[in-house]
Ligand binder design. Structure first.
Ligand SMILES: Cc1cc2nc3c(=O)[nH]c(=O)nc-3n(C[C@H](O)[C@H](O)[C@H](O)COP(=O)(O)O)c2cc1C
Length: 356
């Protein structure tokens, strides 16, 4: 018998098995996180691109708005910058610089790296749950938060990655199917240059069979039917991203939300052109132009740093053709902004009806 009150609800101290994905880059405002947690789910602050000051400010704001548990999502330590092919990449971007009237940066590029400090702040402020994207944290890095009672959630796209994260000490595993919006959580790039592309329906039961900790399903889940299906396939909760990007409290640009409302299951592609790491987003002119230039993107995070001024200029004029419009494959039902708490309650209501 499937129950909506799962083990992970008790483990995380939440009422409903709905986790709002931590989404770096603006969508996950303190207000969004607090609304989801306040409604009985687990709100997650996508903190990877925040400055240490902004992380402190957001955690304090979340705590002012709710006394319920919430999570902070960080990127696990990643590769160093590599700008060795910067001239080639800038040449490919030249027509876009010209179209958006961007003055090319002359000085050296450098990607901000506050990762270690952000992690330290989460421990200092006793954040109840830390979730990570990319490469599993090393066992030593997991030991300290775990000793403090913090739950660690790792995100994976294949059974081999899930086993690695579990062996390192993860308390729960997100199984991210290929339908998911945003960056692929993969770290087996030696075998899968575009990240493992396993659909959630195949991935979920295989991960659930392989690990002895709760599994959270992610990728293309946008309603109560998806929640019940995920529980039937062995998950104890779902992690929802795109539907919350389009929420009223999300900090995503209006033009980005509009692009989601106009999109459907055929609109997205997996691309490395914005950041150097494979990520799923709505296909736009930036992706088409960069991909058709035939230029290989720089590795992450360097490509992300180089394309930042283009994304910034596009945001200023509200031009979705040159923004990164990360989104999953289940967007057809999203047609207007909804409150985050409403999303949680309508998913639960539909799940209950579906189970009846
Ligand atoms: C705009 C956006 C940004 C994302 N940023 C992150 C992130 O910073 N860290 C992370 O672990 N996952 C990130 N993801 C992936 C989500 O964790 C989740 O796997 C995905 O959104 C689930 O698929 P869905 O969008 O179809 O619901 C992001 C997803 C989106 C749509």
């Amino acid at each position: 018998m499937i129950s909506l009150n799962t083990g992970i609800c008790r483990m995380l101290g939440i009422e409903y098995p709905i986790i709002q994905a931590g989404m770096a880059g603006g969508p996950t405002t303190a207000e969004l996180v607090a609304e989801v947690s306040g409604a009985g789910g687990l709100g997650t602050l996508g903190a990877a691109y925040l400055t240490p000051e902004k992380l402190r400010e957001d955690i304090s704001e979340i705590r002012k708005r709710t006394n319920k548990p919430f999570a902070v999502n960080l990127f696990a330590p990643g590769p160093e910058d590599d700008f060795s092919r910067i001239d080639e990449v800038k040449q490919a971007l030249k027509p876009i610089y010209e179209e958006l009237a961007i003055e090319e940066q002359n000085g050296e590029y450098r990607s901000p790296d506050h990762g270690e400090e952000l992690f330290r702040i989460c421990l200092e402020l006793n954040v109840p749950v830390i979730s990570t994207a990319f490469v599993s944290l090393a066992p030593d890095d997991m030991a300290k938060p775990k000793a403090q009672g913090v739950n660690i959630i790792a995100k994976e796209t294949a059974v081999s990655e899930a086993l690695e994260a579990r062996a390192a000490g993860a308390d729960a595993i997100v199984a991210q199917g290929s339908e998911a919006g945003g960056h692929r959580g993969s770290f087996s790039f030696d075998r899968h240059p575009m990240g493992a592309q396993v659909g959630l329906m195949a991935l979920l039961p295989q991960v659930a069979d392989a690990v002895d900790v709760p599994v959270i399903a992610a990728g293309g889940i946008s309603d109560g039917r998806g929640l019940v299906a995920a529980l039937a396939l062995g998950a104890q909760a779902v992690q929802v991203g795109t539907r919350f990007v389009a929420a009223r409290e999300s900090g995503a640009h209006t033009a980005y939300k509009q692009a989601i409302f106009k999109s459907d299951e055929e609109s997205t592609v997996v691309t490395k052109s914005f950041s150097g790491r494979p990520a799923r987003g709505i296909k736009n002119r930036f992706i088409e132009q960069f991909d058709s230039s035939g230029t290989k993107p720089l590795p992450f995070p360097s490509q992300n740093t180089v394309t930042k001024e283009i994304r910034g200029a596009a945001a200023k004029t509200g031009n979705p053709e040159f923004m990164s419009l990360w989104a999953g494959q289940a967007t057809r039902g999203m047609t207007q902004e909804e409150g985050a708490a409403e999303i949680v309650s309508s998913m639960m209501e539909q799940a209950r009806a579906c189970m009846r």
